[in-house]
Design a protein around this ligand. Structure first.
Ligand code: NCD
Length: 307
């Protein structure tokens, strides 16, 4: 049976597939950190991927581009802010035009939730779709790279206390991480201002919600700090960034009162989510996440094209 594979979200992904992706990413990660010059693979040679970022990004876009190239694929990363979208073409038409140029896979990021599914419906099955972040919904490769980073430091995730801090409401990173970590038995707490955590969130997602940081911090094995998404703060969700830092920021004094490892998807607002010393500390794994990101995307590209 022909089995089409896309990677649109973590929510409906089988834990066995997640484990497979993490294990394969480990294989690629070893190569990325080895002293040897990186040999280009030919696994995806002859495949062409379109890297469509309808929302700004630097690291995720480059990460997918490098992952594709290192597997031997051709990849185009158009500057979409100057494309025909600005001439009024719909997103579905733009994607159909690109797919008609014999494209095998589309990596897509869009500010609206649900766009990868919409695109899926309008393209032939032979074109694989990989979600690089849709609105406040999912960012599956981010959750995979975070899990790979967490596994490296913590081992088995079952029973580990993972604390996710900040702008939960606007965060696809939080949602994808919660779906993934729950499948592996981690205990998840989310903390942040009540204006940024909808009241139903705890019940809907099966996590503990706290509006205060310090009690949870001392128990945490790992903390995932989220970026304050200034571009999504259209309502007045925060009194001020300095008040956010005082109540929820990972300050130097909180560092001294905790033992957890620290993750952040980037880009970091320094002195808001993380003090400088904390961002650059021993327990900060931010750059490890970046390297793991390339490895995870290599594994994800391999996987979507493997059947
Ligand atoms: C995240 C994203 O875009 O969802 N960043 C990323 O992928 N590097 C988180 C964020 O923008 O806050």
């Amino acid at each position: 049976v022909h089995h089409r594979r896309d990677l649109i979200g973590i929510e409906h992904l089988d834990p066995a597939d997640i484990t497979h992706l993490l294990d394969r990413s480990e294989f690629y990660f070893r190569r990325l950190v080895s002293e040897e010059p990186l040999q280009k693979e030919s696994l995806l040679s002859g495949r062409t991927i379109a890297n469509l970022f309808f929302e700004d990004s630097t690291r995720t876009r480059i990460s997918f581009e490098l992952a594709a190239k290192r597997l031997g694929a051709d990849i185009v990363s158009p500057a979409l802010s100057t494309s025909s979208l600005n001439k009024g073409e719909s997103i579905v038409d733009t994607v159909k035009v690109i797919a008609a140029m014999k494209i095998d896979g589309i990596v897509i990021r869009h500010r609206s939730s649900g766009v990868p599914d919409l695109v899926r419906k309008h393209l032939p099955d032979t074109v694989r779709i990989l979600n690089a972040g849709d609105g406040a919904r999912e960012h599956p490769t981010q959750a995979l790279l975070d899990a790979a980073t967490l596994r490296e430091s913590l081992g088995d995730l079952a029973g580990k206390n993972i604390l996710i801090v900040g702008d939960i409401m606007h965060s696809r990173v939080a949602r994808s991480n919660i779906y993934l970590l729950k499948k592996f038995g981690a205990q998840i707490t989310v903390a942040g201002p009540s204006s940024l955590i909808p009241s139903a969130f705890g019940n809907v997602f099966g996590v503990t919600v706290l509006y205060e940081l310090d009690a949870a911090l001392s128990q945490a094995d790992a903390v995932i700090m989220l970026r304050i998404q200034k571009e999504r703060q259209h309502g007045c969700y925060l009194p001020s960034l300095s008040e956010f830092r005082a109540r929820y920021g990972f300050t130097a004094s909180r560092y001294n009162n905790s033992r957890c490892i620290i993750l952040h998807p980037g880009p970091v607002n320094r002195t808001v989510e993380l003090d400088d010393d904390v961002a650059d500390s021993q327990r900060s794994l931010i750059l490890r996440q970046v390297t793991r990101g390339v490895a995870v995307r290599m594994a994800a590209l391999e996987w979507i094209f493997s059947e």
